[in-house]
Design a binder for this molecule. Structure first.
Ligand code: TRP
Length: 328
């Protein structure tokens, strides 16, 4: 008897993963590969919805992202790691779901409206971008998961997925259970400059960064900007570094840091030194796993080929059912 539930999630291959991805997403995925039947995929079709004009980096980004995943601890023996575009059933289910999805649901999607307004360097007037949530609904409903681990920014998409599932079920009979969002416990992970950590802001610490680069980045990192002199007491609650101690420094040592900072016993330079040591201890095993993978030839392709096959087996079953229910 099957007792573990299924979970599914995807990530767009847009570049190297940073600490925000690790603490905001990957950590959760790594736990879920133990506790559920987890499907994790490279959302390469989703990457094309906005980055269609220049696709020269796409292949490399896919390979690098899978290496980042495996380095972080996603284990192809414990979960299904696959590539969206290699499981064409995602495309077909997306087409079927598009038949029952009102365009009005898509245009009023908050994420859609926001990105249309805020992203000015790309033309997002294409149909593929409007239909992004339909494809995402197909990705999810395909595996009939109980949970979908996502960040808060994905909640509108997940709500649409549930609405599409309800509509399908109401037309054709109970087919798709409504999936729940598994929100990653909020991990505050600001960028080096205090803004959100993001590749496009150039303020990230990447999982594959060399320690030479990391040292330079941390040295330039903002702390409490009101703390001008070493003898001024600092405030960890407005410091951009302290949230990292919350993620990477054990509670007793972290309390010492808070105490030291607020009494000016501990300076920012020393505080950064402690952080760097902890970051290094955290990243080293990830990078070692990554390097081991790079030494073996063809491994990313092997991982994906095996995962694609496993995903396809499940996807074919769902598709057969969806076609049948829709009268095809
Ligand atoms: N939209 C998600 C993101 O940008 C990626 C994604 C595509 C996804 N399909 C999915 C996430 C299905 C969860 C489930 O992060």
């Amino acid at each position: 008897m099957e007792t573990r539930s299924r979970t599914v999630s995807g990530m767009r291959p847009t570049g190297p993963l940073h600490l925000g991805h690790y603490f905001g997403v990957l950590k959760n995925w790594i736990a879920l590969q133990e506790s559920s039947h987890a499907y994790f995929f490279v959302a390469d079709w989703h990457a094309l919805t906005s980055d269609f004009a220049d696709t020269s980096a796409l292949r490399r980004n896919i390979a690098e992202m899978v290496k980042d995943w495996a380095g972080a601890g996603l284990d192809p023996e414990k979960c299904v790691i696959f590539r969206q575009s290699a499981v064409k059933e995602h495309g077909e289910l997306s087409l079927l779901l598009s038949m029952i999805t009102p365009v009005s649901w898509l245009v009023r999607n908050p994420t859609y409206k926001e990105q249309q307004q805020q992203i000015s360097n790309k033309d997002l007037g294409n149909a593929g971008f409007l239909c992004y949530p339909v494809l995402m609904a197909a990705d999810i409903l395909m595996y009939k998961p109980r949970g979908v681990p996502v960040g808060e920014d994905q909640l509108p998409h997940l709500e649409l997925t549930r609405e599409i599932a309800r509509r399908f079920n109401s037309f054709y009979g109970e087919t798709f259970p409504e999936p729940q969002a598994l929100l990653t416990p909020a991990a505050k992970c600001p960028g080096l400059d205090g803004r959100k950590m993001s590749k496009s802001y150039g303020n990230g610490i990447f999982l594959s960064d060399s320690f030479v680069d990391i040292e330079a980045k941390v040295r330039g990192m903002f702390t409490d900007q009101a703390r001008m002199r070493r003898s001024d007491p600092g405030n960890p609650d407005v410091c951009n570094l302290f949230p990292y101690h919350v993620l990477l420094t054990e509670a007793p040592a972290r309390e010492d840091i808070r105490q030291g900072c607020t009494t000016a016993a501990l300076g920012c330079v020393e505080c950064k030194r402690i952080f760097l040591a902890n970051l290094r201890a955290f990243l080293e095993p990830l990078q070692e796993r990554r390097i081991a993978l790079e030494r073996r030839q063809d491994t990313v392709e092997d991982i994906l080929a095996a995962g694609n096959k496993r995903a396809r087996v499940f996807a074919e079953g769902t598709l057969a059912q969806a076609r049948e229910k829709m009268g095809l």
